[in-house]
Design a protein around this ligand. Structure first.
Ligand code: SF4
Length: 207
């Protein structure tokens, strides 16, 4: 089932029975980014903070294992799924191997998702931990940085366990989510998920 169809089938939440959404902490404004910032401002997720029919569960996997601020890291040799299978590594920009800590953090995130029985996860795309649609292939500071389709380590851990993960850029899916949360929300039918935008289709040569 596509992510958007899954969201269409989610329950209509109430204050007593809210939708439980696991989010990358930085998307809610928490200063857990590698540089001690929130990695920018993401209104598509911040607006969820204003609804009492949503319970947001915030977690930053990299902060859990490495604290903030910290080095930037990326996946080398594959995606988050490959890291979990032992076929790829997570290295910091200075070359320190963070693979073990990233896997431990992903296990903690899965533990939280399971304990809370979350309905959905919304995670910061492109992150080596939280990316769900697109991540870097190797060091993002390389002269010719390369993107790949794939998930970061924590997102892969959640997906492997059957949880749905979308990104803050999956605007079409988020529109459906807003309409679940707010009966007055009118869905913007022109909104696109990240894999539907021109950049994505051009970069990954998708017809
Ligand atoms: S690990 Fe995830 S939650 Fe933490 S700063 Fe990076 S993208 Fe945000």
């Amino acid at each position: 089932m596509t992510d958007i169809n899954y969201i269409k089938l989610l329950k209509i939440p109430t204050k007593e029975n809210p939708l439980k959404i696991l989010v990358s902490s930085c998307l809610t404004g928490i200063l857990c980014g590698y540089d001690g910032t929130a990695n920018g401002e993401y209104p598509s997720v911040l607006k969820l903070l204003n609804h009492n029919t949503v319970k947001l569960i915030k977690f930053c996997p990299e902060e859990y294992s490495f604290g903030s601020p910290r080095e930037m890291c990326d996946i080398h040799g594959g995606t988050g799924f490959d890291v979990l299978n032992g076929n790829a590594k997570v290295l910091t920009e200075s070359g320190i191997d963070w693979t073990e800590g990233m896997i431990k953090a992903s296990e903690k995130m899965l533990e939280i998702a399971t304990k809370e029985a979350v309905d959905l996860a919304i995670m910061m795309d492109v992150s080596a931990a939280c990316g769900s649609q697109v991540i870097y292939s190797g060091n993002r500071f390389a002269e010719n940085k390369i993107y790949q389709i794939g998930a970061g380590v924590s997102a892969a851990q959640l997906i492997n366990a059957g949880f749905k993960v979308i990104s803050q850029r999956d605007y079409a899916s988020l529109e459906v989510l807003y309409s679940k949360i707010d009966p007055h929300h009118i869905i913007n039918k022109n909104a696109l998920d990240h894999h539907e935008i021109d950049w994505y289709k051009t970069y990954f040569n998708i017809k």
